[in-house]
Design a protein around this ligand. Structure first.
Ligand code: HEC
Length: 218
């Protein structure tokens, strides 16, 4: 309606007629958004799903952001078996709880996460995108930036392992993880404890008892 009014007037009146309704409209939006936030109307709970449009918008935002940042990354030889073997221990210790493994259908932490972490024992992810995501994480999803505690070589080993994961049977998965752990001088958890200490945020979890168990919290 305002647009029609604007078009029928001369340039000067046009500006006056358009500016007032636009300013009023912007004001209403700003005030109602502020009120919406201030009165706590938004449900921030992880068990309250987004609207369909919001989901579409966030997914496009995530995909484009990752695609643009990942496209120029150079990939090492991901067929290298030793590299994938190294990644197996990392995956089991750091990722499995959220992203599952062959024969593992769900975990307590995954059930409560929103958005739900993809089942990487079933889905193939583009290696460049996977590397970028594992290194930098994804804001407001629970996906951590592992680049804060691991070097690129360790991250590529995980990507090499991810490449093979969807083809693995539960037995193969268990065997490769066991082999990777046996091949390490230290257990994965010990190695992580040291990495954290080296970066100055070691914590009481790295007690000798915890390292012996070499387990997660359960
Ligand atoms: C605390 C749970 C959690 C842990 C631990 C975790 N992730 Fe994630 N990951 C997520 C979530 C949540 C997403 C994002 C899902 C979304 O945006 O829809 C995600 C996304 C990803 C993606 C992008 C998948 C895609 O289709 O674009 C990759 C790859 C990935 N994670 C790999 C890993 C690897 C490898 C590890 C271990 C080094 C790991 N993640 C550890 C929760 C986790």
């Amino acid at each position: 309606m305002w647009r029609i009014t604007c078009k029928t007037h001369s340039a000067e009146i046009d500006l006056k007629h358009c500016l007032i309704p636009i300013t009023v409209f912007a004001g209403i939006i700003a005030v109602s958004s502020a009120a919406y936030i201030y009165y706590g109307l938004y449900d921030i709970g992880a068990d309250a799903p987004h609207w369909f449009v919001t989901t579409q918008l966030i997914e496009t935002l995530r995909e484009r952001s990752i695609e643009v940042r990942a496209r120029d990354i150079e990939t090492p030889n991901l067929k290298d078996l030793q590299l994938a073997l190294k990644g197996a221990a990392h995956y089991d210790a750091m990722c499995m709880g959220c992203h599952l493994a062959p024969g593992v259908r769900n975990t307590e932490i995954r059930l409560g996460l929103y958005p739900k972490p993809p089942d990487l024992s079933k889905a193939h992810v583009d290696p460049k995108a996977a590397f970028w995501v594992v290194k930098h994480g994804i804001k407001m999803t629970g996906m951590p930036a592992w680049g804060k505690s691991h070097d690129d070589n360790a991250l590529w080993s995980i990507v090499a392992f991810l490449n093979r994961l969807p083809e693995m049977t539960p037995q193969e998965y268990k065997a490769i993880v066991a082999k990777a752990q046996a091949g390490n001088e230290t257990t994965p958890m010990e190695a992580h404890g040291e990495a954290q200490d080296a970066h100055g945020h070691g914590h009481s979890h790295a007690s000798p008892k915890h390292q012996e168990n070499g387990t997660h919290s359960h």
